[in-house]
Design a binder for this molecule. Structure first.
Ligand code: PMP
Length: 436
C-alpha cells in the first residue's frame, strides 16, 4: 500500500501562483475541490500524487473506472493512436466491434449505439431522439437532477435552479430517509410514483406532453438513494402510457459500479428505451454513448443528419474496449459488490460512534454518508461536511459531496478499490469526525 506523509500541506505560495494563473488564463469562476485545492502531478490505480509527492487514496473519482492510468487502457490508446484515428464517415472495425460488445451487456432490444464525446452530449442526443421518435416536446426529470451542460440538457438539470423551463417537470425523489413516505409506509413506492401522474397531467395541460422521462438510476444528485422496489417500474409504465420514452442516464451508475448489476437500471427491474453513458466509458478518454431501441434511433436518423466528428473514433473505441476487457479480467463488478458492502458496513459502524452521521446508504461502490447536526430534525450539516472533506484530505483520502444541502459525503472510487482501501477511507472519516 502506498503510504502518506503527514503535515505536507502544499506550500501556500505555489498554490497561490497556480490560482493566479488560472484566473489569468481561465477566468475567475472555476470551482475547485478542497481548500486549499490539490495540485496533482500523476496517478496510478487508486492513488493520486501531488506536487509535494504526497499520496492520496482516490475514493471519489469514477472516471478512471478501472484505475488511474491502467496499463491495458494506456497501451490500447497508444497502439490505436499510432495506427489509425478517423471518423465514422469511413468504414473501420473498431467502432463495430465496440458497439457489438457494449450492446451485448444490455438487455435484448437495446442493440444500436450512437457515439459522442461526453455525458452531456449523450443526454442531449437521447433527448433529441426522444423528441423525434415521440413527436412530443415535454420532459420529466428528477428534482435536483444533473444531466449535463449543453443548452438543451441544462434545462433538464434543475438542481439549484429557482425556475424550471416551461417544458420541464420534476418528480420528488423516492427518498426513504428524508421523503414524506418513510420505510414504515408499506405502499411507499406507489405513493412516490403517483407524483408522475401530477407531472404528466401538468405537461399535458400546457399542450406539451412528455417526450422523455430521464433518470439516473442511483439518484446520485438526490443524495444517492437505494432502489425502492417497484418505484421506477411504476413510473416507467406511467411515462410510456403518456407516450414518453424512458431514458436511464448511466453516466454515474453504469459499467458495474452498483455491484450487483452491470447497469443501474437493473437494480429496479426495468428496461429503459434509451441508455446514456459517459464518464467511466473509456477510463478518462472522452467518449459518450447512447444505446437505444432500434426504432428510436431510426426515427431520429430519418429526420436529421446527425454526425459527430470525434464520436466513435478509433482511439476512443479502443479505450472503451480496453475498459470492458479489464472489467471482465479483473472481475471489477464483483469487487464493487464485495468492497462496497464492506465499506458500507464500516461506515455504519462509524454511525454508531458519531452522532453527526444521520444515514449511510449506497449501491456497490457509490456510497453516501449523510451528515446532520440533529438526528431527529435531520438538520443538514453542510458546513461540517466541507470540513470533513478537507480533514479527510489531510489524512490522505479524497472524497466528495452530494445533495441539495451539500451535506452528504460521497464515496465513489475507481473500481479496483480493495478492502484495505475501504478501511483506510473509514479510518480517515473517523479521524475527521473526531477532529471536528
Ligand atoms: N449525466 C450525469 C448523471 C452526470 O453525473 C453527468 C456529469 N456529472 C453528466 C450527465 C454530464 O457528463 P459530462 O460532464 O461528461 O458532460
Amino acid at each position: 500500500m502506498a503510504s502518506t506523509t503527514k503535515s505536507q500541506t502544499p506550500a501556500a505560495a505555489d498554490i497561490e501562483q497556480i490560482l493566479a494563473r488560472r484566473r489569468q488564463f481561465m477566468g475567475s469562476q472555476l470551482y475547485m475541490f478542497y481548500d486549499p485545492p490539490v495540485h496533482l502531478m500523476r496517478s496510478e490505480g487508486v492513488w493520486l500524487y501531488d506536487a509535494k509527492r504526497r499520496v492520496y487514496l482516490d475514493a471519489y473519482n469514477n472516471v478512471p473506472h478501472v484505475g488511474h492510468c491502467h496499463p491495458h487502457v494506456v497501451e490500447a490508446i497508444a497502439r490505436q493512436a499510432a495506427r489509425l484515428n478517423t471518423n465514422t464517415r469511413y468504414l473501420y472495425n473498431e467502432v463495430l466491434d465496440y458497439a457489438e460488445r457494449l450492446t451485448a451487456t444490455l438487455p435484448a432490444g437495446l442493440d444500436v449505439a450512437a457515439f459522442v464525446n461526453s455525458g452531456s452530449e449523450a443526454v442531449d442526443l437521447a433527448w433529441r431522439m426522444a423528441k423525434a421518435h415521440t413527436g412530443q416536446r415535454g420532459a420529466i426529470v428528477m428534482e435536483e437532477a444533473y444531466h449535463g451542460w449543453t443548452d438543451a440538457v441544462e434545462a433538464l438539470s434543475p438542481g439549484g435552479k429557482s425556475a424550471l423551463a416551461p417544458h420541464v417537470r420534476v418528480l420528488a425523489p423516492p427518498d426513504s430517509y428524508r421523503g414524506p413516505h418513510g420505510p414504515d409506509v408499506a405502499d411507499r413506492a406507489t405513493r412516490y410514483a403517483a407524483d408522475a401522474d401530477r407531472a404528466i397531467e401538468s405537461l399535458n395541460g400546457t399542450g406539451q406532453p412528455p417526450a422523455a422521462f430521464i433518470a439516473d438510476p442511483g439518484f446520485c444528485t438526490n443524495g444517492i438513494l437505494e432502489p425502492l422496489p417497484g418505484y421506477l417500474s411504476q413510473v416507467f409504465d406511467k411515462m410510456r402510457a403518456a407516450g414518453a420514452v424512458c431514458v436511464a442516464d448511466e453516466v454515474q451508475t453504469g459499467f458495474g459500479r452498483v455491484g450487483s448489476q452491470m447497469w443501474g437500471f437493473g437494480l429496479h427491474g426495468v428496461t429503459p428505451d434509451i441508455v446514456t453513458m459517459g464518464k467511466p466509458v473509456a477510463n478518462g478518454h472522452p467518449l459518450g454513448v447512447v444505446v437505444a431501441r432500434r426504432e428510436i434511433l431510426e426515427s431520429f436518423m430519418s429526420r436529421t443528419s446527425f454526425f459527430s466528428t470525434f464520436g466513435g473514433n478509433n482511439v476512443a473505441c479502443a479505450a472503451g474496449m480496453a475498459v470492458l476487457d479489464v472489467l471482465e479480467r479483473e472481475q471489477l463488478q464483483a469487487n464493487a459488490q464485495k468492497v462496497g458492502e464492506h465499506l458500507k458496513a464500516g461506515l455504519r459502524g462509524l454511525q454508531r460512534k458519531h452522532d453527526l452521521i444521520g444515514d449511510v446508504r449506497g449501491l456497490g461502490l457509490v456510497i453516501g454518508v449523510e451528515l446532520v447536526t440533529d438526528r431527529k430534525a435531520k438538520t443538514p450539516a453542510s458546513k461540517e461536511t466541507k470540513r470533513v472533506l478537507n480533514l479527510m484530505r489531510d489524512h490522505g483520502v479524497l472524497v466528495g459531496y452530494e445533495g441539495r444541502a451539500a451535506n452528504i459525503v460521497k464515496v465513489r472510487p475507481p473500481m479496483p478499490f480493495k478492502i484495505e482501501h475501504a478501511d483506510q477511507t473509514t479510518d480517515a472519516m473517523d479521524k475527521a469526525l473526531k477532529a471536528l
